[in-house]
Design a protein around this ligand. Structure first.
Ligand SMILES: Cc1cc2nc3c(=O)[nH]c(=O)nc-3n(C[C@H](O)[C@H](O)[C@H](O)COP(=O)(O)O)c2cc1C
Length: 373
């Protein structure tokens, strides 16, 4: 096929990191769905399955299914590995530490929104984050046939070493230079500079401010830009800043492969960048989510302060499981970044990827006159 633009094929954006990983576009996508992660990889990017909400047995099964969904393309898995959490715990173990006032507040939400109790559990009601859970999750990852491992929160050196020994490229998401230094010490191969605009757990520094600082601290490692990215012009800007690619989470919530509940999809489609909030009510750590009656309730004057991780989840898990099971629309929410503005329709991952690649190339091309002037 004839090539243009210094050997870059018209429909691709290949660079050195792409060659190293065996992908066509430097576009990385994280999703809590193996179907979405596989579709991102099959569309030429690198799909990362966010597994933090899976128990260990379920995780091994899902990683095996994910591998089968994209036999010919690299794919990865992500875990949250915060340090300083209890060694072993279940929601029951933590019950005694939950203040009565907090429990009454959550009971009040059950009453106010007429939420029937859950008949089935989900991750939030069955597990709490603990070192024992992380150990089992890492074992499932190390024994999987994934190509890439990403650490979302925390970079424990022993876990990073273990998955590197299993042959995986390792990635760490960082929100500040001090986190980048820790990740480098732990031996991580690639850094994701994730700014304040991002969906999910996030720090306080905006993407545009963070990316060049992480590149400067990366000691030559590739850096990806994350947080607030929904358009190719932003990917071009990230490349111009010296990033080797972009890491996106929120845009994939609009993909048809995600099969989100209709009430949640409607909320995401209607949301603008002003409709996300940073709240500790989800997990106990600051997390950007699409605004809902749940986040509003925790902001109200009569609300108690959210508990720290993992107690907040031990407190709210039974409510979140019931909301999911019974589809209580006002209380439904998901992590979402300011990039939710680009979730405007439900469409297949391949179309989202095509748009991002086309827009990035157009933006890069539009810069030529600056060089010719
Ligand atoms: C629905 C959703 C769930 C997320 N879950 C995780 C996670 O489990 N682990 C992780 O490392 N990052 C998680 N993130 C953050 C993403 O990895 C990514 O950094 C972020 O989405 C980038 O900003 P954006 O949302 O504006 O694209 C999540 C983001 C979203 C939107």
């Amino acid at each position: 096929m004839a090539s243009t633009n210094h050997g870059i094929l018209p429909d691709s954006l290949t660079n050195a990191l792409c060659s190293r990983l065996g992908i066509r576009h430097p576009i990385f996508g994280l999703a809590h769905s193996i179907e979405v992660a596989a579709a991102i990889s099959n569309a030429g990017g690198l799909g990362i399955y966010a597994a933090a909400r899976d128990g260990p047995n379920e995780l091994a099964r899902k990683l095996s299914a994910l591998r089968d969904l994209c036999p010919d393309a690299p794919v990865g898995v992500d875990l949250l590995l915060p340090t300083a959490l209890p060694g072993v715990s279940t929601p029951g173990d933590l019950a005694a530490a939950i203040p009565d006032g907090h429990r009454r507040f959550v009971d009040g939400l059950f009453d106010r929104f007429q939420v029937p109790p859950a008949t089935e559990g989900n991750f939030f009601s069955q597990y709490v984050r603990s070192q024992a859970l992380f150990e089992e999750q890492i074992t499932a990852v190390a024994e999987s046939r994934m190509d890439v491992f990403a650490a979302g929160v925390g970079t424990p050196a022993d876990s990073i070493a273990r998955v590197r020994r299993a042959g995986m490229t390792t990635i760490a998401l960082v929100g500040a230079v001090k986190h980048a230094r820790k990740a480098i010490e732990a031996g991580v191969d690639v850094l994701v500079a994730q700014g304040y605009d991002a969906g999910g757990h996030t720090g306080t520094i905006g993407t545009f401010t963070l990316v060049p600082q992480i590149i400067a601290a990366a000691e030559g490692r590739p850096v990806l830009a994350a947080g607030g990215i929904g358009a190719g012009s932003q990917i071009a800007a990230a490349l111009a800043m010296g990033a080797q690619g972009a890491w996106l989470g929120t845009v994939w919530l609009g993909s048809s492969e995600h099969r989100l509940p209709a009430a949640l999809t409607d909320k995401l489609l209607a949301a603008t960048s002003e409709d996300t909030v940073l709240t500790r009510a989800h997990s106990g750590k600051p997390c950007r989510v699409v605004r809902s009656a749940f986040s509003d309730a925790w902001e109200a004057a009569d609300a108690p302060a959210p508990l720290d991780m993992p107690y907040q989840q031990a407190l709210t898990g039974r409510l979140l499981a019931a909301v999911e099971e019974h589809q209580i629309a006002p209380l439904m929410y998901e992590a979402a970044g300011q990039s939710v503005a680009w979730v405007q329709e439900v469409e297949p991952v391949a179309r989202i990827m095509d748009r991002l690649v086309r827009e990035t190339r157009q933006s890069l091309d539009s810069l030529r006159p600056y060089l010719l002037a």
